[in-house]
Write a protein that binds this ligand. Structure first.
Ligand code: SD4
Length: 322
């Protein structure tokens, strides 16, 4: 008998042996015992998102409703310049929103390049629930939203309009992202019933080309959830996340036995290898496995995420490569 099996036996966890022996990379520090419900979200505003969403979970609600509620809270904040109303516009002055939502069983919905609708995540959820499709974009997504009672809203606030006008003065009209101007909110949750879900919503890269869509509404890139394994979501330069199928790869790395933190680190290193000379590049991942273990990692310093359970509500600085 291997020493790992002996150790597990000694702990009285023999029911886990088949799983542990199949999962080569799994360390015993990585709990395989389902934990209490948990919610994690990207960046400082993750605390606000988690506070709203976790209420649903502690009242016995579902992970999918909780992640929607969590990110709607951020979409509705006009002071937040990277999500929903008050998000930075593209380089022609239009605010265009991207969002997606996914359940552990693989059901998902998404909207991209959506204009004048304040809560793209709720439209994405309706795409999942009410249509045979996964993704609606642009005018079609807007028409669908309005048919379902969403109202047209001007998403450009006085403050973002001013920032845009200032940007026009000093810029070469080049779309740009850096470690300060992107703060997509992505939320992952495990509810009381052991169900996983995730949501991701953004106004995308500030000053992007008109028509540009990032990773955030793309299932497998900005978000991926699989109840057999766990969930992952991304923030940062969407092109780098799409070209590496970032979130799906984090989940696959967990499937192969990596902890959520190691899986996020592994994919971050792959991205770095593909973009070795891009100094401004920032990408961050968060991950949650089906047992409630969490982790995060980013290319550069400065990425943080909020973790909320019945006992804690805190911001954690992610580890990073550079
Ligand atoms: C995008 N990934 O559109 C988004 C931007 C972002 O944190 O994440 N900001 O590329």
């Amino acid at each position: 008998m291997s020493s790992r099996r002996k150790f597990v036996k000694k702990l009285g966890l023999t029911s886990l042996l088949p799983f542990i022996s199949k999962s080569k990379g799994l360390s015993l520090g990585h709990s395989c015992i389902p934990k209490d419900p948990i919610m994690i979200s990207t960046w400082n505003h993750g605390l606000t998102a988690n506070k709203a969403g976790f209420q649903i979970i502690i009242n016995g609600g579902s992970a999918i409703d909780a992640v929607e509620k969590a990110v709607v809270e951020i979409e509705n904040d006009p002071e937040n310049k990277t999500v929903g109303i008050g998000g930075y516009p593209d380089r022609d002055g239009n605010v265009t929103l991207d969002a997606c939502i996914m359940k552990g069983d693989g059901s998902c919905g998404s909207v991209a390049f959506l204009q004048n609708i304040q809560n793209p995540i709720s439209v994405a959820k309706l795409v999942m629930e009410e249509t045979p499709h996964i993704m609606l974009v642009g005018e079609g997504a807007k028409k669908f939203a309005m048919e379902h009672g969403f109202k047209e809203v001007n998403l450009l606030t006085e403050s973002t309009k001013k920032d845009y006008e200032n940007w026009l003065k000093d810029t070469d009209y080049v779309p740009m992202i850096n470690i300060e101007n992107h703060d997509t909110v992505s939320t992952l949750a495990l509810d009381n019933h052991g169900n996983l879900a995730g949501a991701c919503t953004t106004s995308g890269a500030a000053w992007k080309m008109h028509g540009r869509v990032g990773d955030s509404p793309i299932i497998g890139a900005g978000l991926f959830v699989d109840e057999e394994v766990g969930a992952a979501a991304a923030t940062g330069w969407g092109e780098a996340v799409i070209s590496t199928s970032g979130s799906a790869m984090v989940v696959e790395a967990m499937r192969n036995g990596m902890t959520p933190s190691k899986a996020c680190e592994y994919i971050s290193k792959r991205i770095m290898k593909k973009y070795p000379n891009v100094d401004w590049l920032q990408v961050g991942f968060i991950a949650l496995d089906k047992y409630g273990n969490t982790g995060a990692f980013s290319l550069k310093k400065g990425f943080n995420y909020a973790v909320t359970t019945k006992d804690k509500h805190e911001l954690i600085d992610a580890n990073y490569l550079m």
